[in-house]
Every structure is written in structure tokens, then in C-alpha cells.
Write a protein of this length. Structure first.
Lengths: 349, 414, 302
């Protein structure tokens, strides 16, 4: 994932240019949507640190986002802290909770951890309602409408740049983390716990660290989300979002930055456009004489079916995600190529 | 290896641009949502989720607009001054964060002229500041929160429609005070401003001493959060049961009370007591005893009531339902509610002039004083900037054998 | 103002019956989860949605095809069986050798698909689902006991008993148990192991369907209706031990009874806290006795 070849530098520069240019090529609503893409990208980077590298699953990152969002809401509206200043605090609180969660994570593996994080995601909204004094209960907290301190930038553009600036900084941080000593230790944990321990890697520290860092990222994402959405309520981060995040990670690809961005685009746009994906598929089937009616893409339920099927297909065909697809295509073509070109090997097995 | 990375980056960039470009094409119009031929408005409703029964309001509105678009008005033109009404319905799943996103989508991307009848107390509160900042009409919200009327001057782009919860609570409270002076009242309410406001109105007439037990349930909790509180309320020994809840919770409360063998005097606030919901409760409980005797407040004609069989408005309603929404139950008041609200909008739109602007629409809405054949006989729509409560006439109604029948006087509650 | 119930024996019995009844619903869904886990080592996150989907089929049979409840019930059980087998063979089978992570994600994808399909086919509107049990209570010793609660408990336990008998006393049941414990040896004995897996999913989906059809009269039929039940079912399965069928059922009953009685008699517990309580139980059990009440402790000391 890292390497400073000139080509890579050029590619990342191009990506950066695209990110910077986007707000000037499109309307304010689309800009806001891409701000949400940035938010989800941050959350997915966190999730990828946990899941992709340590091999542990979390179905509860929506809960950490909620923590960050509420911290921002409470600090900004009840204590007058400037919104942007609350972002690192949101991340910190979420990170601490994640770190504490990491301790029991030690004792759980695989499926049990998935259940525990699922439970966590469900508990957070109920706790938010129960702590009504702070959190506004079911009504939640209404934040101020977005404003821009910079005259040249409208609020939507301002927040877009803030979000992506934070995202880029956090991406860089993640890359350094993943490739540093600790990162290698974490990957050892994923690959073989027994071997990792016997070689002196302290499991507990690294697992809790992974949770903490991952939760910090989700908390930052949640804070930004609260600022963008100007409201935070118990229902803002339902379990379905945690599931969608995990799906986005899988579809995009857990181990590369491009994959994370693809995943974030998936998370933001799939609920809106999945129905439109269905249109061409239905037309195709109709042409094959399959008796199927035209589908109204706004029918509730259609986006879910489409994204579920996409998820299944990705898991089946491209388990490393769409970003890993070229790699898999490469492997496939290599296999085909070698089979075509080296037939004489078969004679002498 | 390099080709791979290049390929993926190119795909990603192309995908991003493909998504971005359609957005770029949206050019700001001089008067968003109004063209020579159409007026586009939006609404946010819970099409899915625990409040999804309210989606029927959208069907009602759409049906009525289809009628308006097809018929010729007195000036010979279809629609309103020749413009067709286009209604876009956005699903916010009863989740305020979604309401914000869908409303922004409607205003910023789809550039609607106004939002009409958005549903949900917290949902509409969430977008009120935004709508006022952008000067987009937030018209006739589908919630009875009194703020939408009381705070009109502070938020002149937002206005309610139905009698607010305080008014309703006061009317039911007066009923209990006069006919059940020794009632021991158990209250089940939603744990939000809607529940609080209604009960405040109710208690102001009944007196706090009459209320012997109160239970709350979490908003959007669904049917499963009801049996526990209802059991506790029953155990308080109350003989009167006040339900301030949204459809599913309201129906479940009545059914649960019945199943537990509890037969109190039943009071249900209007948003949880349409004839359709009563019918559902009756079906669920397997007995009419579960719902007979329910007293509620009403301000619209009841489409299920024999008393209104020959009423021209109700007959129009049935005709339109058959034509534009066949297969839907015609005893459901929510469709009628949607049509009535749509009609109020049409009346305001006419008064906004031949070339309506958002400001002229709001002015018309804030000053609308007209009779309305959809409301109870003898009542009118009366709005003024100092008293921004379009509907304020109500009566009590009691449910028996399939329909509500009104009783008592028509009361002006504000 | 939250009042705990003043304690009277009649109230207590009503609450106990109610608690056991809802507990049996959790238990049967939990048993479905355990069944699939034992036979195929997959934790099926979609169990609840499949149960909901089959319940919609039952509703459709009653409403659109005029069947009365019990015929529709049995037809639905058949449909559920076929659905379970089909899902296992078509969707799960290709992932036979995939990682745990991938399998969890596959069942999550199924969750999303079934949820969406139900909303698409039948619309997300909430519907009343009329059950087979009349609303008139039994009067036992002067106490009114809900006929529905008793009926649900009876049907669910009966289903569990029938299934138990099947596994214990029939050759096919034996073959399935063998395939779960030792697939290699079973193959040598001529057991078609892959079909045993499929049958496991079939029976589990039947259990889920029973759970759904029994609970639907109380909570309105809608695409989201089993999500809360699924949560409790997971808690029950973990509480009882995710490999233990007995544990799942007992866990479900205990959980139903426990949350009902706590909700009724402990003053500061409002219904807002029901789910967090179930979940805190789940997390605590996972922390301190991951094998649950009835499972074997698998030591993973590293």
C-alpha cells in the first residue's frame, strides 16, 4: 500500500487535485454529499485498521460515531465550544471508550466479538435516550446551521474542505501507523495469534490499541457528521449504518486507501442510487424474456436488495473488494495466460 | 502493477465525476420550483419504519393533486392558474437525521418551491431553522406541536395546520372534568414534546390530582414497548386510560388493555385514533369491545361515519380514492387528512397570485381565512400572523361499531 | 412517574405467563441460530429476517388466498423448509471454504436482502396479523391468563419437542447429528454431509417461521418486526451456550421471564432500558462465561 514510486506520487497528486476541484464543478447539495463521503472514508479507515489488519470484526462502529457526534453536540450547544474544536474531543472520547472495549475484546474472537459489537451499537442509542439531561433524549441536540468563517467559501464548500483536510491528515496517520512497528505487530496478530505471542508481541496491548485507534477515527467521523447534519439524535446512527459501513469496507477493499474511498462512496450513494442500478438489470432481463415488471427505483426495499446482492457478488468474486479487483484480474489473467502458453508442463507433472 | 493502480484510480475518478456531473448541471432558477407549467413541492413522510402508516397522508395529498391537475377550475384552466402540481415524497423513516438530509435534497438539489405537510414533531423541528434561513416555506407541518403556531413571528416560514396538542388536551380534559369528575386517569404517552404538550393541556383542565399513573414509551419504539407500561398502568387501579401515541403504539395499547381484561374509559388523542386504526385494533383484539367507547377529538369529517355518507366532500373523497388509489381502504381518515391539507395548500396557492413566489405563498398562508368543506360543519380556517393556527375548531367524538360519531358542541379551542 | 406493580399473586402469574410466552419466541429463534451454528458453524445474522419473510408468506396466504390460520401455518412451515434449504445450497455453499469474516458478511448480506425483499413485495406498512388464539382469557383460580400467551408457549415448545424427537429417534436425525460432529467419518458411513447441512438450514428456518408467526399478532407485521426479537435471540443463544440447543431454549425462557419481571417490579427500569439490559447481559456473559450456562468452556489461552 505504500511506496514512493513516482507513479504513486503522481496518482495521489491526481486524486488530491480531484478532491480539491470537486466543489467547483458541482452544486451545493452534491458537495455536501461528498463531504459525507469524506466522513465515511474516515470511519472506514478506522474500521479497516481494526478489521482489515487485525482480522477482528466490528458491527458497532456506528456506536462510536454516535459517541463522537454527541460529544460535539453537547460541547458545542451546551458549553459553547466552537464546533471544529470539538472534533478531536469527540474522537478522543470515542477512542477511550473503544480502548476500554478492547479489553474484553481480548477474550472474544470471531463471531462472539461481532455479537458484542452489535450489542454495543444497539446500546448506545438507548443510553443516549436514558441520559436525557445531557443528550436531549429522543429529540436529540439541534446544532447551529453550517456557517463559513471564510468569505470566499460558502458553508457547504468550507465544511467539505475541512472534512477532506481532516481525512487526508488521518489517512496519512493511518498509513504511518500501519507500516510502523506497531502496525506490523497488529498484522502479526491477525495472521496467527499463537505465533505472534510466542514471538513476544504483547497481544492485549495491541488489540486494545487497535480498538482505541479505530474508535477514535469513528468518533472524529461522527463529530463531523453532526456538524454537517446539524442534528444528532439517538436514531442517527442505527445498526443498519454499522452494517452498511462494514459492507462498504468489503466492497471497496479493506487494505488500500482507494478501496476506502470507493467504500465511502458506496456507503453514501448506494441507498440513493441502488434503485437506479436495478433499472438496466431489469431491462436486460426483460429483453431475455424474463417476465418481470418495470421497477420503480424509489420503492422502499429496492435499494436494500440491490446492495445486498452487490455485497454477495463482491464477496464471491472479489473478496478483496473492488480496489483489489485489478489484482485478482491480474491473478486470473496470469493463470489463463500460463495455461495457454505452457502446455508442455502438463506432460511432465 | 502500475497499470493496475492506474486503472483503479482512473475508474474511481471517473466514477466520482460521473456522480458529480449531474449535480453540476442543476442551474439555479429565478423562482425555484415554479415553471411556466408546473409547481414542484416536496414532503417528508415515514414511508418505512414504525410510523409508516402515516405514509397514507402522502397518498391522500397525491390523489388530490391528481384531481386538481385533471379538472378544470372556474377560470377554465387545469391545475392552479394552468400550472400542474408536482408532489415529491421523500422517505425520512421517521428519523430526524434523514429528515434533514431529505429536506436538503428537496431544497438544494430538486429545488422544490415549498415543503408541505412534513410529518413528525422532532422531524419538523429539526429542519425549521434551516427552512427559515433559506426562506423556503415549511407549510402545514403534520404535527400538532404548538410551537409552529406560537412561534410564527420568530419563524415566519413555518406554519402548522391541525389543532395543536395543547388544544386537543384541553378539550379532552374538559370532557373528563365535566363527565367523569371522579376519574382516576392512567396516562400512556410518547416520551417527547408531543406527549408532554398534550398531557400538559389535559392536566390543565383535569387537575394533576386526577392523574394517578403515567407511563412513557420511547418514540418509534414499536409495538413491543407497549405491553409493559400498559400492564403497570392497569395495576394502578385507574378507571380511565388516556393514550397519547402514534399509530402502532396506540393500537397496541388498546389491544393490550383489552387482553389484560382491563375495561377503562378510553381516551385517545387524534393522531392515534383514526377509523382505520380503530378497525385495526378491533381486528387484532378480535373484539369490538377493545375499541368501542373510545373518545377522541376531531376536526375533520369522518369518512367512515354513516352521518357523512351523503356529504359531497366525503363522496368526492371516495370517488378520488377509487380513481387514483384503488385497493386502499376507504375508511381510513389519514387519506382524507392528506386531501384536506392538500386543498388548504391549493387555496393558499391561488391567493399567492398568478405568479407565486415563496414570499407571496407564505403571506397567503399566514392570512388564510376561508370556509373549508373538509372541516366539521360550522368551522373555518382562520389564520393570522398573530395567531397562526389555521384549524382551531374541534368536537368530541366517540367510536362505536365501526365509526366515530360526534357529540357535544363545536368548540373553538384557540 | 414509574410505578412498579404492587405485588399480587394474580398479577405475578400473568407476568410469568407473559414472560414465558415471549421467552419461548426468543428461544425458538435462538434454537434456530444454534441449530445452524452446530451443523454448519455459521452464525446466521439473517435468521430473524428469514423468519419475518416466512411470516409475510403466511399473512399473504391468509389475506390473498383465503386460507385460515392453521392451514396457512403448515403451508408456511413447508415453504420455510424449502427456503432454508435453498438459501444454504445456493448462497452459503459457494462460501464453504471462506473465512469466518466472509461468512458473517454473507449472512449480513442475506439480512439486508430479505429485509429489502419484504419491503419491496409487501410494502413497509405495518399490518395487523391476526393470530389463531382468541383474546378471551382463561380464568384459573380467579386469575385471567391470556389465551394467546399460553397458546404461543404451547405451540413453540411443541415444535421444539417435535424437533428434538426427530433428532433423537430418527435415522435422518442421527445422520444430521453425525454430520455435524464428524463430517469426515460420516461421509465414510455414507451420510450425504452436504445435504445434512442443507436440511439443518431448512429446519432452522422452520423454527424461525414458528417464532415469527407466534409473535406477529402482538407486534404488527412489518419488515423490521423481527429485528428486536433477533437481538434477544442472540442474547438467549449466548446465555445458553451457542452450541447448546437446550441452552438456547432455556436461555430464551429465562430472558423473556427476566426482562418481563424486571420491567414490572423494579422501579427505575423504564421500557427504554429493556434492550440495553438484554445486551448488557449478553456482553457480561460473553466476558465471563462465553460458553454460556450450558456450553462447554473452550479454553483459548494465548
Amino acid at each position: 500500500m505504500i511506496g514512493l514510486s513516482p507513479l504513486r506520487v503522481v496518482l495521489y497528486a491526481a486524486l488530491l487535485a480531484a478532491i480539491v476541484a470537486l466543489p467547483y464543478t458541482t452544486g451545493e447539495f452534491r458537495v455536501t454529499q461528498f463531504s459525507y463521503v469524506g466522513v465515511f472514508a474516515i470511519a472506514l479507515v478506522g474500521l479497516s485498521i481494526l478489521t482489515g489488519i487485525t482480522g477482528q470484526i466490528s458491527l458497532g462502529h456506528g456506536g462510536f460515531m454516535a459517541i463522537g457526534a454527541y460529544v460535539t453536540g453537547i460541547l458545542a450547544m451546551k458549553y459553547g465550544v466552537p464546533e471544529l474544536a470539538t472534533i478531536p474531543l469527540g474522537g478522543l472520547v470515542a477512542g477511550i471508550v473503544g480502548f476500554l472495549f478492547g479489553f474484553p475484546a481480548l477474550r472474544l474472537a470471531g463471531v462472539y466479538l461481532a455479537l458484542a459489537t452489535f450489542a454495543f451499537a444497539l446500546i448506545v442509542p438507548s443510553v443516549a435516550i436514558a441520559m436525557g439531561e445531557f443528550t436531549g433524549g429522543t429529540a436529540g441536540i439541534l446544532l447551529d446551521l453550517p456557517t463559513s468563517p471564510v468569505g470566499a467559501l460558502t458553508p457547504d464548500k468550507w465544511l467539505y474542505f475541512v472534512t477532506w483536510a481532516i481525512a487526508i491528515v488521518l489517512f496519512a496517520g493511518a498509513v504511518l501507523f500501519v507500516n510502523g512497528k506497531r502496525g506490523r505487530a497488529l498484522r502479526a496478530v491477525r495472521d496467527n495469534e499463537l505465533a505472534a505471542t510466542s514471538s513476544g508481541v504483547s497481544l492485549s496491548r495491541y488489540k486494545t490499541l487497535a480498538f482505541g485507534v479505530s474508535a477514535f477515527y469513528a468518533g472524529v467521523a461522527g463529530s463531523l457528521y453532526a456538524i454537517l447534519n446539524f442534528i444528532v439524535t439517538p436514531g442517527t446512527f442505527p445498526v443498519t449504518l454499522s452494517i452498511l459501513l462494514l459492507a462498504g469496507l468489503v466492497v471497496g477493499g479493506a487494505t488500500s486507501l482507494i478501496g476506502v474511498i470507493i467504500g465511502a462512496i458506496f456507503v453514501e450513494f448506494i441507498p440513493l442510487y441502488a434503485g437506479d442500478v436495478l433499472g438496466p438489470v431489469v431491462n436486460f432481463l426483460q429483453r431475455l424474456q424474463v417476465p418481470i415488471d418495470d421497477v420503480d427505483p424509489t420503492t422502499p426495499g429496492v435499494p436494500s436488495v440491490v446492495y445486498g446482492v452487490i455485497l454477495l457478488l463482491v464477496l464471491l468474486i472479489a473478496p478483496t473488494g473492488l480496489a483489489g479487483l485489478p489484482g485478482r484480474i491480474g491473478v486470473l489473467t496470469k493463470r489463463v495466460y500460463s495455461r495457454l502458453n505452457v502446455p508442455e508442463r502438463r506432460a511432465n507433472p | 502493477m502500475r497499470m493496475k493502480v492506474l486503472l483503479v484510480t482512473a475508474i474511481a475518478a471517473a466514477a466520482a465525476l460521473l456522480v458529480a456531473i449531474p449535480g453540476a448541471v442543476a442551474r439555479p432558477a429565478a423562482d425555484p420550483g415554479v415553471s411556466a407549467r408546473t409547481i414542484t413541492i416536496g414532503t417528508t413522510l415515514p414511508l418505512s419504519g414504525s410510523a409508516s402508516l402515516y405514509a397514507r397522508i402522502g397518498t391522500g395529498m397525491r390523489t388530490y393533486f391528481s384531481y386538481i391537475n385533471a379538472r378544470r377550475a372556474r377560470d377554465g384552466q387545469r391545475g392552479v392558474y394552468g400550472r400542474q402540481i408536482v408532489l415529491r415524497v421523500y422517505d425520512d423513516q421517521y428519523n430526524e437525521a434523514q429528515t434533514v438530509q431529505q429536506t436538503r435534497r428537496a431544497v438544494e438539489q430538486d429545488r422544490v418551491f415549498a415543503m408541505l405537510g412534513g410529518l413528525g414533531t422532532e422531524n419538523q423541528q429539526a429542519v425549521r431553522q434551516y427552512m427559515n434561513q433559506r426562506r423556503v416555506p415549511q407549510l402545514y407541518v403534520s404535527t400538532g406541536l404548538s410551537e409552529f403556531g406560537r412561534l410564527y413571528r420568530r419563524n415566519p416560514w413555518s406554519i402548522g395546520w391541525q389543532p395543536d396538542y395543547v388544544q386537543e388536551g384541553i378539550l379532552l380534559g374538559s370532557y373528563v372534568r365535566s363527565t367523569l369528575p371522579n376519574a382516576r386517569v392512567a396516562v400512556l404517552r410518547q416520551n417527547d414534546d408531543y406527549g408532554r404538550e398534550f398531557v400538559a393541556g389535559f392536566t390543565s383542565r383535569v387537575g394533576a390530582a386526577r392523574v394517578v399513573a403515567t407511563e412513557t414509551y420511547p418514540r418509534a419504539g414499536g409495538a413491543s414497548v407497549i405491553p409493559g407500561p400498559v400492564a403497570r398502568l392497569r395495576a394502578s387501579g385507574a378507571d380511565t386510560f388516556l393514550v397519547v401515541a402514534t399509530p402502532v403504539e396506540s393500537i397496541t395499547a388498546l389491544v393490550t388493555a383489552y387482553r389484560l381484561g382491563w375495561r377503562p374509559n378510553k381516551l385517545v388523542n387524534s393522531v392515534g385514533a383514526t377509523p382505520g386504526f380503530m378497525a385495526a385494533a378491533r381486528t387484532s383484539a378480535g373484539s369490538a369491545d377493545a375499541v368501542n367507547g373510545v373518545v377522541t377529538t376531531t376536526y375533520l369529517k369522518d369518512v367512515a361515519s354513516p352521518a357523512y355518507q351523503n356529504d359531497p366532500q366525503v363522496r368526492l373523497f371516495k370517488r378520488l380514492m377509487e380513481k387514483y388509489a384503488p385497493g386502499q381502504p376507504t375508511n381510513e381518515g389519514l387519506f382524507f387528512y392528506g386531501m384536506a391539507k392538500a386543498d388548504t395548500f391549493i387555496q393558499a396557492l391561488y391567493r399567492a397570485g398568478r405568479n407565486p413566489t415563496r414570499a407571496s405563498l407564505m403571506r397567503a398562508a399566514a392570512n388564510l381565512k376561508i370556509p373549508s368543506p373538509w372541516l366539521l360543519r360550522g368551522s373555518r380556517i382562520t389564520t393570522s400572523p398573530g395567531s397562526a393556527f389555521p384549524i382551531r375548531y374541534q368536537r368530541l367524538a366517540r367510536y362505536n361499531d365501526g365509526a366515530f360519531s360526534e357529540f357535544g358542541a363545536l368548540v373553538k379551542t384557540r | 412517574m414509574l410505578l412498579p406493580l404492587a405485588f399480587t399473586w394474580s398479577e405475578f402469574f400473568q407476568q410469568v405467563v407473559f414472560g414465558l410466552s415471549i421467552g419461548s419466541v426468543y428461544g425458538s429463534l435462538a434454537l434456530a441460530i444454534v441449530l445452524i451454528y452446530r451443523t454448519t458453524r455459521v452464525v446466521n445474522f439473517a435468521q430473524g429476517e428469514m423468519a419475518m419473510f416466512t411470516t409475510f408468506i403466511c399473512w399473504s396466504l391468509i389475506t390473498n388466498h383465503g386460507l385460515s390460520f392453521w392451514p396457512a401455518f403448515f403451508v408456511t412451515l413447508g415453504a420455510a423448509f424449502v427456503l432454508g434449504v435453498a438459501v444454504e445450497r445456493i448462497v452459503i455453499r459457494p462460501f464453504e471454504h471462506a473465512s469466518h469474516l466472509a461468512l458473517i458478511l454473507v449472512t449480513i448480506a442475506l439480512f439486508v436482502i430479505f429485509n429489502g425483499l419484504a419491503a419491496w413485495i409487501w410494502t413497509p406498512e405495518q399490518r395487523a396479523f391476526v393470530g389463531p388464539f382468541s383474546a378471551k382469557p382463561f380464568i384459573i383460580g380467579g386469575v385471567a391468563i391470556s389465551r394467546q400467551d399460553v397458546g404461543v408457549l404451547a405451540v413453540t415448545l411443541l415444535t421444539v419437542a417435535v424437533l428434538w424427537a426427530f433428532f433423537r429417534f430418527t435415522k435422518l436425525g442421527l445422520a444430521m447429528r453425525a454430520a455435524a460432529i464428524g463430517p469426515g467419518a460420516s461421509r465414510l458411513m455414507g451420510v450425504r454431509v452436504e445435504w445434512m447441512y442443507a436440511l439443518g438450514w431448512g429446519f432452522a428456518t422452520v423454527l424461525g417461521a414458528v417464532s415469527g408467526m407466534m409473535v406477529a399478532p402482538s407486534i404488527f407485521l412489518s419488515p423490521g418486526m423481527m429485528q428486536l426479537v433477533l437481538i434477544y435471540a442472540f442474547a438467549a443463544a449466548v446465555l445458553g451456550g451457542i452450541e447448546s440447543p437446550v441452552g438456547a431454549v432455556v436461555g430464551g425462557l429465562l430472558l423473556g421471564l427476566g426482562t418481563t419481571l424486571i420491567g414490572a417490579y423494579v422501579p427505575f427500569v423504564s421500557s427504554d432500558l429493556d434492550v440495553p439490559i438484554a445486551f448488557t447481559i449478553l456482553v457480561l456473559v460473553l466476558l465471563f462465561r462465553p460458553a454460556g450456562l450450558f456450553g462447554r468452556v473452550v479454553v483459548r489461552r494465548v
